[in-house]
Structures are given as structure tokens and as C-alpha cells.
Write a protein that binds this ligand. Structure first.
Ligand code: ADP
Ligand code: MG
Length: 616
């Protein structure tokens, strides 16, 4: 089966800022380039008067259309609008986000002159569609199956919402895999033959918007997540923002201009900052140079690597604090870490590498796989294993994830009774005994919570159910068993059973508030198909328009060159014809495809006899 492209399963790293797609082909992993030749694609979707843009084309025009260019969907996915993190972000995003039904954040954009609302799942599904298409172009066949990665700290609702995004994009999601495990798989392959005994790996993933550190234990070819830590708001964007602040102050100082209220100028400057930041990973100094940045002023300003480091030192150091916390959670000291793996585009920053290396007393860091590709790389291997395409040596890999947060039920006292502690390896089945709190109580409500706080109400309510039909008895006598089952995808089923009667009830956490129902997913799937058709129609229209313009311009060029072959009257006639055709083109910029094609036919009918004469 190896190397067969038909029915290939792909691995997608659905990043906050950039996404990456890879596939197992001819016994190795191939990271796939997009239509712009880039191996990572911005997780951006833009809407405008005429079309929808995905990836690079969306990010490239962001300064022209900031309110309708959506990014960071991963920050919203599976979260509620009232979530403090979402609230914090809403203030910063240039696009509009409102509170929808069930406290669900909804993104509001104007597309083709109409207001449209999208759930984060839909925006993510558009990014996934783009990644799917990139793979399809490369493989020359349709792709159905995929493994999609999520951060280790994603809770049940965020994982499910990501899976829903996959379904909306028309993919069959083979598995939701956590990013550090994917990165470990990527490196595991390299080390397979040499690995002996137990190994502890620390995955340091500093990306565009988030920082995620995890400790995994590798026993031969098995990976187990021991602990996770990090900050959902720490990454490359923050470094860009600090540079942005620095340069806008520079601009103010040098040119007395205040661009703080000019979104377009700020966006332009930020794009330049990101570029300068990337340069500073390989050079010790660079400069920003933007023509006509604000108020007609050209802005040129140098920056050294040392200055960049100074601006961000506090953030870099914060990363190390999270590493320490992760070690503490895993009850390990740094000496017991065998490998430190770099993941995420921001680990290309020399200072970050140096601080980490110093922390590990000069240890050599694993960076043989491009840090921004390692996750997709591992996901592709996992996809190949699950779809039976891989060769034998990797089929033996057994993969384990952990629960990112503790799971339990709230007692009548309001206390959270943990059934599945945080960082438990999944799949898992845990049970705990409960009883009634009142005499002759015949039913008990089980509110299921996720989180680390001692009080249930301070954690996230995933759902609740009632076990009834309990035989009347004094309080504390009935024996009620509660089972928590989490499958390999991190999806939770909770069941309670009355030992005396065998009566049972439970829930699969599928109706978590804010998550999509099956019907909603189907509706979104239809909408996604419709949008895709519209994109194609737009492309066809564009091609028709382009070919008509070509025809008119070529006719014009031929007339100018060979007009001597025509009589004066004919030459005049065709010149004015061409002029009016150009005016028609100007007036019909957004004309439908059939209008354009009809015009072309009409022009051909009139022009062909002249053109024949001209080109004789
Ligand atoms: P995500 O967080 O979306 O998974 P990535 O891991 O791909 O993203 O990281 C993207 C971030 O990496 C961006 O902020 C980007 O500017 C940054 N980055 C990419 N290349 C470099 C580089 N050479 N030096 C510094 N930062 C870089
Ligand atoms: Mg990432």
C-alpha cells in the first residue's frame, strides 16, 4: 500500500496563525507546498465584494480589508463568548464577534455586500478546506481522510468543535491528535532503531499565538503525555506587537505622526515587523522600510537583534517559567529529560533557543525537523498508520494522549469531586462511588465538570444528567457508581449506575452548550459547499473576464500594428469598437460569467472579419 496516493490520508496541523499539511508518501513524510510555494499557510479567511480568499491571498490583503479578514478562529473554537479569554481577544480583533445563541461567539463579516455570520468551526473548516485542496493538487486525487491536531490543553469541547470543523470541510476525521504527541511521533520515527529503554521528552512549542510545553515519556515506540503547561496568549504575534509598539513610537518621535488610530497603517507596520523579526533570526540587524506608511510619510528604521531581544526578554523568560511548571507537574527534574524538541515557528528565534538550552545546562536541542512542520509531519505519520498505508515499522506505534484538565462531578456541597485526574492517559475508564444526601431520595443529579478549581461552579460545566428510580433508603445507603469513559479522541461518556437496581443513566458530552448539533453541522456543510461553488464560479467568471480582456487588448494591438491593411473607414470603425469594448469592460467589472461570454460572442461576430484581414 505504501506510496499509493489514491485515498491518501493527510495530517493537518491546524494552527492559530499558520497551518501545515503533510502526507505519507513513498515511505516518507512529504510536507506539501501551497500554490504560493509556501510550506505553511496562514490560517486566514477574507471576504470581500466578489469572493472569499483563503490562506496567503487572505493574509496578503489584510491591510486593505481588516474588518472582513478573519484569523485566530482557533482562539474561539469550542469556547463561549463570555469566556474571559474570548472577551479579551474581541477587543483586539479588527473583525466583529458577537454573542450568538447558547453564548456561542459568532463572527460577523460582509460578504458580497451581505452581512454573514460564521461560527469559529466554519472559519476553521474553511482553513481546513484550503489545506485539503493543497494536498489534493499535490496528490492529484481527492482526499477524504485526515488526522487533525489540537493543542494539548484543548478541553473536550474544543476538541469536538475542531472535529466538527473537519466534518464541515468535508473531511473524515480519523483522529484528533494532540500537537506534542504529533511532534514526538515525527522525531520517534527518526529514532526508532536507536531508541532503547525509557526516554523523557520535553516538547517546547512556541508558535504564532500560543505557547505550549509538554512532557512525554517514550518507552520504545510508545508515547505518553506526562504533563502540559503553557500560555494561550504567548507567541510570535506578541513579539510582533512589541516591535509594532516600538516602531510606532519611533515613527512618532521622528515624524511627529500618530498612527495609533489608523488600522491600515498599523497593519502595514505589523506585517513589516513580522518580516523583520524573521530576518533577525538569521541576521544581527535589519531595517523596516515602508513607503507612504502614514500621512504620506515613508518610514525607514533599523533594528538590531539585541534590541528585538530586549523588547521581548520578559516574554522569552516567561517561557522558561512554564517549562519549570511542566517539570514540576510531571514530578521530574530537568536532568531526567532526555530530549528537548523544538516546535513552532517562533523557536527559530536564537534567544529562545539559547535560554532553553541554558536552562537545560547546555543540552543539544532537537531541531532536525523544521519546527513549524514537525506537528503536521507527525500527524501525517499517524494518518498513514490509521488508514493502513504506512509500512510495518511505524504501524507498531501506540499512541497515548492525556486529559488536559481534571474531570468530575459536583457534589451537593458545591465541591468538585474529581473522578479522572488531570493528565490521565486516554483512553481511560475510571469509576467512583457516590450516594444520596437525603433520606428516601429517589433521584440524584450529576453535574459533570472539567477544571482544576475545588468548587464545581468555578470550573466548566460540560453537562448534567439525572439518575432516578433509586429505592427509598436512608441517606448514604444507596450505592451509586459513576463511570467516566474517555475515548482516544478525548470524547467523554459519563454513566451512573444504581448498584441495587442496576438502573443506569448517563450522557455523552455532545450537547455541551455552544457546540454544534448534528443539524447545524449539516447546515454548515451545505453552506460550505455553496461557498466552494461560489468560489469556483468566481474563478470561472474571472477566467472568462480575463480571456475577454485579452481578446480586446490583442485586437487593439493588432489594429494599431496593422491598421494600414484596413481602409480608413474600417480602421476608424474598429478603433471605436475597441474603445467602446474597453468602456464596457470598465462598466462590467462584476458581470456574471454568461454576460461576459455573450459579450465575447457578440464581439467575435463583429470583429472576426476585420481581424482576419488584419492578420492576413
Ligand atoms: P501556530 O502557532 O499557528 O502553530 P507556527 O508554529 O507556524 O504557528 O508559528 C508561527 C509563528 O512563527 C509566527 O508568529 C511567525 O512570525 C513565526 N516565525 C516563523 N519563522 C520565524 C523565524 N524565522 N524567526 C522568528 N519567528 C518566526
Ligand atoms: Mg502550532
Amino acid at each position: 500500500m505504501a506510496g499509493k496516493s489514491e485515498g491518501s490520508a493527510i495530517g493537518i496541523d491546524l494552527g492559530t496563525t499558520y497551518s501545515c499539511v503533510a502526507v505519507w508518501q513513498r515511505d516518507r513524510v512529504q510536507v506539501i507546498q501551497n500554490d504560493q510555494g509556501n510550506r505553511i499557510t496562514p490560517s486566514y479567511v477574507a471576504f470581500n465584494e466578489t469572493e472569499r480568499l483563503l490562506g496567503d491571498s487572505a493574509k496578503n490583503v489584510v491591510s486593505m480589508n481588516p474588518t472582513n479578514t478573519v484569523f485566530d478562529a482557533k482562539r474561539m473554537i469550542g469556547r463561549r463568548f463570555s469566556d474571559p479569554l474570548v472577551q479579551e481577544d474581541v477587543l483586539l480583533w479588527p473583525f466583529k464577534v458577537i454573542c450568538g445563541e447558547n453564548d456561542k461567539p459568532m463572527i460577523v463579516v460582509t460578504h458580497k455586500g451581505e452581512e454573514k455570520r460564521f461560527a469559529a468551526e466554519e472559519i476553521s473548516s474553511m482553513v481546513l478546506t484550503k489545506m485539503k485542496e493543497i494536498a489534493e493538487v499535490f496528490l492529484g486525487s481527492t482526499v477524504k481522510n485526515a488526522v487533525i491536531t489540537v493543542p494539548a490543553y484543548f478541553n473536550d469541547s474544543q476538541r469536538r468543535a475542531t472535529r466538527d470543523a473537519g466534518i464541515i470541510s468535508g473531511l473524515n476525521v480519523l483522529r484528533i491528535l494532540v500537537e506534542p504527541t504529533a511532534a514526538a511521533i515525527a522525531y520517534g520515527l527518526d529514532k526508532m532503531y536507536s531508541s532503547s529503554g525509557e526516554k523523557n521528552v520535553l516538547i517546547f512549542d512556541l508558535g504564532g499565538g500560543t505557547f505550549d510545553v509538554s512532557i512525554l515519556t517514550m518507552v520504545k515506540s510508545t508515547f505518553k503525555v506526562k504533563s502540559t503547561a503553557g500560555n494561550t496568549h504567548l507567541g510570535g504575534e506578541d513579539f510582533d506587537n512589541r516591535m509594532l509598539k516600538y516602531f510606532s513610537q519611533e515613527f512618532k518621535r521622528k515624524h511627529k505622526g500618530d498612527m495609533s488610530n489608523n488600522a491600515r497603517a498599523l497593519r502595514k507596520l505589523k506585517t513589516a515587523c513580522e518580516r523583520a523579526k524573521k530576518n533577525l533570526s538569521s541576521m544581527v540587524h535589519t531595517a523596516i522600510s515602508i513607503d507612504c506608511l502614514y500621512d504620506g510619510i515613508d518610514f525607514n528604521s533599523p533594528i538590531t537583534r539585541a534590541k528585538f531581544e530586549e523588547l521581548n526578554m520578559e516574554l522569552f523568560e516567561e517561557c522558561i517559567v512554564h517549562v519549570e511548571k511542566c517539570l514540576k507537574d510531571a514530578e521530574m527534574d530537568k536532568e531526567s529529560i532526555d530530549e528537548v524538541v523544538l516546535v513552532g515557528g517562533s523557536t527559530r528565534i536564537p534567544k529562545v533557543k539559547q535560554l532553553l538550552q541554558d536552562f537545560f545546562n547546555g543540552k543539544k536541542l532537537c531541531e532536525s525537523i523544521h519546527p513549524d512542520e514537525a506537528v503536521a509531519y507527525g500527524a501525517a505519520i499517524q494518518a498513514a498508520i490509521l488508514s493502513g498505508q504506512s509500512t510495518d515499522e511505524i504501524r507498531d506505534l501506540v499512541l497515548c494522549d492525556v486529559t488536559p484538565l481534571s474531570l468530575g462531578v459536583e457534589l451537593d456541597s458545591g465541591e468538585m469531586s474529581v473522578v479522572v485526574p488531570r493528565n490521565t492517559t486516554v483512553p481511560t475508564r475510571k469509576e467512583k462511588g457516590f450516594s444520596t444526601v437525603n433520606d428516601n431520595q429517589t433521584s440524584v443529579t450529576f453535574p459533570v465538570y472539567e477544571g482544576e478549581r475545588p468548587r464545581g461552579s468555578d470550573n466548566i460545566l460540560l453537562g448534567e444528567f439525572v439518575l432516578s428510580g433509586i429505592s427509598p433508603a436512608p441517606r448514604g445507603v444507596p450505592k451509586l457508581k459513576v463511570f467516566f469513559d474517555m475515548d482516544v479522541n478525548g470524547i467523554l461518556t459519563v454513566t451512573a449506575k444504581d448498584e441495587a437496581t442496576g438502573n443506569a443513566n448517563g450522557i455523552t458530552i455532545s450537547n455541551v452548550k455552544g457546540l454544534l448539533s448534528q443539524n447545524e453541522i449539516l447546515k454548515m456543510l451545505e453552506e460550505a459547499k455553496k461557498l466552494k461553488l461560489e468560489d469556483e464560479e468566481h474563478k470561472n467568471r474571472f477566467q472568462a473576464k480575463n480571456s475577454l480582456e485579452d481578446y480586446v487588448y490583442n485586437a487593439g494591438a493588432a489594429t494599431r500594428k496593422f491598421s494600414s491593411k484596413l481602409g480608413i473607414a474600417d480602421a476608424k470603425k474598429i478603433e471605436s469598437e475597441i474603445k467602446s469594448a474597453m468602456a464596457w469592460l470598465d462598466d462590467h467589472k462584476n458581470a456574471e460569467r454568461d454576460v461576459i461570454e455573450n459579450k465575447r460572442k457578440e464581439l467575435e461576430g463583429i470583429w472576426e472579419p476585420f481581424l482576419k484581414k488584419l492578420l492576413l
